[in-house]
Design a protein around this ligand. Structure first.
Ligand code: PLP
Length: 369
């Protein structure tokens, strides 16, 4: 059962243990320092400008975002170097991106002639030079071109536009989340890094030097980041970790900084209790596709025999051993399958320092635009 000292905290709410958070941040910053690569964490995992500032204070060169709403909140929060790692499409969005470039160092990806043309047009109208990285598909089958199918031509197109600066190449091996076991994850990370280093070397031979060769996810950052020629890693969820990383064997439960604090609101039968965290709090994420080792929508901390077996929007349905003494009013902590989704669904997280409630941090970089 969760400690009585959390009783004053209203539920449901994500708890963030400061000590684990700081350990995760310094561990990744230490790796980047030793490997000689820049750390540019993806902040979509936490969406908290204050946390991004801690990452930068601990050595990150800047941040990565996927949405302009995230970028705006982060720039308002004092972040000065922002990489938008999703292709931006539509004139409103490109104009908005270029307005950000008045306040911060901005770079963005592109992976199509249309995308490159649109960025070049709007940057040209504004009379600025926008930094653009070419997105490469390293096996995730999402955005990005294959290295030997169009990469050289698109890199040339970026370089050829007077209003754009070809700043390098980036990839995200998100398919590592489907891998079974740490060896598979490591192999994907090595392949991600090597493929990008080889492509950068080829582009250089063609007169297209890549100042940035940007790779990484939480599971692959430490493998891909070791490959010679890679210059930058972009892990995101490493600040929190969750049952996804635990299932993949790249983190332990003790490395998970986020839990959801929830209260038992009903015990209708011996085998079932109901808590106030449903799908609007825990999300419907069932964990990594590579075969989670946990049943259900999260794991009740310290109670391995309880299963979070079903979620309604506002309620979690927990299956209990009949002898369980859990009763209405009790507090439980659930380690989430996917911490980034949980925090994205919350408006604040409650930070726990030295196992005492400490501060509430606002999750402000939300919005899907
Ligand atoms: C482009 C890009 N870079 C980096 C990351 C960070 O990966 P992770 O969440 O595994 O840390 C993501 C996450 O989806 C991403 O989309």
């Amino acid at each position: 059962m969760t400690k009585k000292k959390f009783a004053a905290i209203d539920t449901p709410v994500p708890l963030l243990r400061e000590a684990i958070l700081v350990r995760n941040i310094t561990d990744m910053a230490g790796f980047a320092g030793e490997a000689g690569v820049d750390l540019r964490p993806h902040v979509k995992a936490h969406k908290i400008p204050r946390l991004a500032r801690i990452q930068v204070n601990q050595g990150a060169v800047g941040i990565t975002v996927s949405k302009l709403d995230e970028a705006e909140a982060m720039i308002d929060g004092g972040l000065k170097d922002v990489f938008v790692a999703s292709p931006i499409s539509g004139p409103q969005k490109i104009k908005r991106l270029l307005r950000f470039a008045e306040k911060a160092e901005i770079s963005v990806v592109a992976d199509s002639p249309e995308g490159i043309g649109a960025l070049a047009r709007e940057a040209g109208k504004k009379g600025t030079k926008l930094k653009v990285l070419l997105e490469i598909d390293s096996g995730n089958n999402l955005c990005g071109v294959l290295p030997d199918e169009g990469a050289l031509e698109l890199a040339r197109q970026i370089q050829g536009k007077g209003s754009l600066e070809f700043s390098g190449i980036m990839t995200h091996a998100g398919h590592c989340h489907d891998a079974r076991g740490p060896e598979k994850v490591q192999a994907i990370g090595r392949q991600e890094g090597q493929m990008m280093a080889d492509l950068a070397a080829n582009l250089k031979k063609e007169g297209l030097p890549c100042p940035r060769v940007s790779v990484g996810s939480t599971p692959t950052a430490k493998m891909a980041g070791m490959v010679k020629g890679v210059t930058e890693i972009r892990p995101g969820n490493y600040v929190f970790n969750d049952l996804g990383e635990v299932s993949l064997g790249v983190a332990m439960e003790e490395d998970c900084a986020v839990t959801v604090l929830t209260r038992v609101v009903s015990r209708p039968t011996k085998e079932r209790c109901i808590v106030d965290a449903g799908s609007k709090t825990l999300s419907l994420d069932r964990g990594v596709k590579g075969g989670t080792i946990f049943a259900g929508y999260g794991k009740v901390k310290g109670n391995a025999e309880i299963v979070v077996s079903r979620l309604a929007e506002e309620h979690g349905i927990l299956t209990l051993p009949p002898e369980s003494e859990i009763k209405v009013g009790d507090l439980l902590e659930i380690i989430p399958n996917h911490a980034g989704l949980v925090v994205n669904l919350a408006s604040t997280v409650h930070v726990i320092r030295n196992e005492e409630p400490w501060e509430e941090w606002k999750v402000s970089a939300v919005g899907s635009k």
